[in-house]
Write a protein that binds this ligand. Sequence first.
Ligand SMILES: Nc1ncnc2c1ncn2[C@@H]1O[C@H](COP(=O)(O)OP(=O)(O)O)[C@@H](O)[C@H]1O
Ligand SMILES: [Mg+2]
Length: 390
Amino acid sequence: MKTVAVIFGGRSTEHDVSIVTALASIIKPLELTKQYKVEAIYIAKNGAWYWDEKLKDINLFSSGQIQDFLHKTQPTSVQFDGGMTLVKASGIAGRKTSRKIDVVFPAMHGTYGEDGSLMGLLRMAGVPFVGCDMDASVLAMDKVLAKQVAESSNIPVAKYECIYRDAFARKPADILRIVEKTLTYPLFVKPAHLGSSIGITRVTNVQELQNAIEVACHYDSKVIVEEEVANLIEVTLPILGNDQLKPALLEKPLTKPEDFFDFESKYMHGGKGGKKSGGKGTKGSQGYSELPAQLDAELYKKAEQTGLAVYRELGCNGIARIDMLIDNKTNIVYFNEVNPLPGGLYEHNWRAAGVSSVDLVQTLVRLAEERFQQQQQENTVFSTNYLQQF
Ligand SMILES: Nc1ncnc2c1ncn2[C@@H]1O[C@H](COP(=O)(O)OP(=O)(O)O)[C@@H](O)[C@H]1O
Ligand SMILES: [Mg+2]
């Protein structure tokens, strides 16, 4: 039986969301397949790795007992031995327990996980892993780079400017002038690398713009300022696959205008006992949504095609969710951002599209192994006479 290690937690603002994704949407269905031995690896907020069966229990985290657990438990070592092996003290004096990992299933949102860092480590270790590879993850987690790649493939994006913290600190007035000259209010100011709407502000004048850039610079050394998409319909599309792509359903998040971009409304209401209900609304990991999005057939197709094009152009693999902003008057579909690891894998959407949670995780592990085998076939050995001259 193959061993799949699910890695979650991590040094990210989305640490807590990652725990729920890992335990509920990945570990549980993986165990239900009865085809894998599943190991839970939790990365604490300080970056230490822990490996234990107890980490599969959500109560450990929700009750706060995790602090006590971390206090009493030795972090796990990871051995890179032509693969990856977990090693920990077994509790019996001097003895160690170890386990070789066949496939890694990263369940880390945000920095040091979804941003490509973990993927780089796993590539070096030579272990197959689920989801986007390092390069696509790096692009996806940088709102500017992702837009640049999409733009170069003629995929529409909202008009934007990129600002660096150092430059803004040196010459704020010059930068404000450039932004005001090239872009038209209302504008959105966002840290380039963060998710979950942290540090994002909508602004309508230069004073607000300056404040918002300062706030965003507090979180990130790179900031994007972009024009608002008017007559907005927001849609998102989860996609599965390496070469052959399978889109799930186009989904329209239904959040109130006044809280449409705060962390609370995204994760707290939807995740636990949200109050709104009715209509075609579905409770998902990002609050309530319309699933499938009620768009006319042509616009639906166009948004789906845009999502698939972004997935391909950014070089996504395994799974990703593409977010788009539609101007309901001009019918232009703008690419907004990519999530290489959608919260809860967006399993509610996959289920509606006919893919069960069990099928989803199983397919993802298979795609990880397929990509790994393809990469193994790439020739990385090159013989030369170079050393003979020394
Ligand atoms: N250019 C824009 N036009 C209109 N609304 C926007 C624009 N950019 C962001 N928003 C709104 O702000 C929300 C958060 O921005 P987003 O780029 O998705 O950042 P995050 O990484 O936090 O999800 C979006 O879901 C959307 O509702
Ligand atoms: Mg978003």
